[in-house]
Design a protein around this ligand. Structure first.
Ligand SMILES: Cc1cc2nc3c(=O)[nH]c(=O)nc-3n(C[C@H](O)[C@H](O)[C@H](O)COP(=O)(O)OP(=O)(O)OC[C@H]3O[C@@H](n4cnc5c(N)ncnc54)[C@H](O)[C@@H]3O)c2cc1C
Length: 309
């Protein structure tokens, strides 16, 4: 057994986790956080963040996450850079297994985020954050008057493409079939937009780049393997996200895509377990909304713990 029973264990160290940690620490709950395989969360993967209030000149994502961690630690958040492997939510205190050790807690706050699904095309890893993105709201403004491609055939792809027309000179949607999952209204809005072209039966085979970043892609027709080149300086992959909930082994209610469902405020289906950030939210997926929900979860946990006495 790792330790005595903690009041709160927080799983995940993105904006939701650190904000929950800050509030729980300031409420004197002595929270323990397991930061996970990606300490700092998704913003560790990006350079400029221009839409988090309080940074008039913008801020580098990793620097912002270090600030968040330092702020929460100043009030007593204990952080261990370890991964939670498994939990048992069947009785309280809850049990949490972390790299061989077992911990127990009266409440849990799950802030494990969601991973964007990438294509895995040749050259992709090198260009992530250097022209290839999974978030138009976050990165669209970096591509003013440039040519952009959007990959996907669902509502997200249509929405991202339409949003990107504000900045780009031209947006091309690339889809591997000629049938779209997108709703009719979203598809029509995108397809009728004068700045948007749609290329069907194409998939990205390889990304092209020079020392300044992305320059284009080799596209393949899945029907006959023929290839062609397209130029672009930005690419947005919009083929879905996967919430990180495998370690919960189905012990919390989720929707059909795996996002944790709140049963009351930020409390999940098991009383005493709270969830915040992108692991719950498939609509906004922003640092500020994740941080806001982390705050709510810590306040809800604190009030719930108070009610148990
Ligand atoms: C490239 C990129 C650029 C972005 N740019 C912006 C931007 O400019 N502005 C903006 O507002 N948003 C931006 N976003 C979106 C933003 O990063 C997310 O909305 C936000 O990070 C979600 O916060 P979160 O706390 O819910 O989860 P995340 O940041 O995803 O953090 C999840 C945390 O959970 C941990 N974890 C997962 N599994 C376990 C486990 N089993 N045990 C312990 N820990 C675990 C991980 O280590 C990680 O620390 C960007 C995203 C990406 C990918």
């Amino acid at each position: 057994m790792g330790e005595d029973v903690r009041s709160v264990i927080i799983v995940g160290s993105g904006p939701a986790g650190y904000t929950a940690g800050l509030y729980a620490a300031r409420a004197l709950l002595e929270p323990l956080m397991f930061a996970g395989y990606m300490s700092g969360g998704q913003l560790m993967l990006t350079s400029d963040v221009e839409n988090f209030p309080g940074y008039p000149q913008g801020v580098e994502g990793p620097a912002m996450m270090i600030h968040m961690r330092e702020q929460a630690e100043r009030f007593g958040l204990e952080v261990q850079d370890k991964n939670v492997e498994r939990v048992d939510l069947s009785e309280r205190p809850f049990r949490v297994w972390v790299e061989g050790d077992e911990f127990r807690a009266d409440s849990l706050i799950i802030c494990t985020g969601a991973e964007a699904i990438w294509l895995g095309a040749e050259g992709e890893d090198e260009q992530k954050g250097r022209g290839i993105s999974t978030c138009a709201t976050c990165d669209g403004a970096f591509f003013r008057d440039e040519e952009i491609i959007v990959i996907g055939g669902g509502d997200s792809a249509m929405e991202e493409a339409t949003f990107l027309t504000r900045f780009a000179s031209k947006v091309t949607i690339i889809h591997r079939r000629d049938v779209f999952r997108a709703s009719k209204v979203m598809y029509e809005r995108a397809s009728k937009h004068p700045k948007i072209d749609i290329l069907t039966f194409r998939q990205v085979k390889k990304w092209l780049a020079n020392q300044d970043g992305l320059t284009g892609a080799i596209l393949e027709d899945p029907r006959d393997g023929s290839v062609e080149e397209i130029s672009c300086s930005g690419a947005f992959i919009a083929i879905g996200h996967k919430p990180i909930t495998d370690f919960l082994e189905g012990q919390l209610e989720t929707d059909e895509e795996g996002y944790i469902i709140h049963s009351s405020n930020t409390m999940a289906s098991v009383p005493g377990v709270f969830a915040a950030g992108d692991v719950v939210d498939k609509r906004y997926r922003q640092a500020i909304t994740a941080a806001g929900m982390g705050c709510q979860a810590a306040i809800d946990a604190e009030r719930w713990l108070e009610d148990q006495h």
